[in-house]
Design a protein. Sequence first.
Length: 321
Amino acid sequence: MKPFFGIDITTDENNETMNFEEFVVQKPSKEAARKNEQAAEEALEELKAYFKSYGKRLNFLIAAFFFGCVGAVLLLVFLSSLQLGKPDASDFGVLAVGSACAIATVVCAVVSHRINPDRVPADDGDENDGQKDDGQKDDGDEDDETPCATVAEIFGELGVPREAKWVDVLGFRYVDKRGRFRPRGETGYNGKLIYSVYSLKGYAENGQLRLADAEGVVAIPLNEIKAIRTVRKRVLLLDWTKKRPCTHEIYKPYKLKMVKSRAGEWLSVGWYHVLEFTHKHESWGVWFPNYELPAFESLTGLKADEESTDYKEIFTSEQTI
């Protein structure tokens, strides 16, 4: 199956175009896209400023710890000299240096406290997100809140239903070796490939499965979708996108766990699925993690195969007649 969110680097290692481009049916206006890009840049600058100030705070804390340790040692040396007899001028010099270190410790601690950032800048540009007009908190799924005002504006422009749910899909780079797709990219725990995760709003409309983000809307005809394949094989995901932690009870059936090595930390998922469809006599697949199965079954009206599909079959190009 041709990976829907795949990037073919067989002939061009620098290719950045995903395979789904021909399925794009809507894109935001230039003005809305510009506003969203500007908001993203501002959020990035806030995040940079946060980590810059955090780094300064850490430096002053380290300095406070250093001066504190030196001052404590010098104080102990002075007290030892008092026990041995009458202190001389050098001993009082030690006391003076120790006192200076104590003052430096206090100064560094105070400065670090004053430059301590209040919080990490939120990626939520609208302080009213997740609340109703009457000021009451929305009882809906917290994972389905729109991240910021500019994205909400784009979704409104594109006609994305408010009740549409966020769904995660998987993407990866690959090379095509005589009809076999071979994923390429960074590896993590136990040398496993790390899959990229993309969050999109999923909904069914006009006989199509639609997936939307701030870049636009892609549409797959529902009558072209053939099955939801199951691949009983663990995969590593680059990150966790939901607001609820992966240890939440609703995710327990999916065998999610965080794994790490010296290189980093990733989400290990017990298995995954591939939404199979045929378009213009070509077999396609939308890879997605197991915890999104209820959403895709609801959107397509299909049930996932209980038996595991062979991994080699999933990663084989098929031309249908």
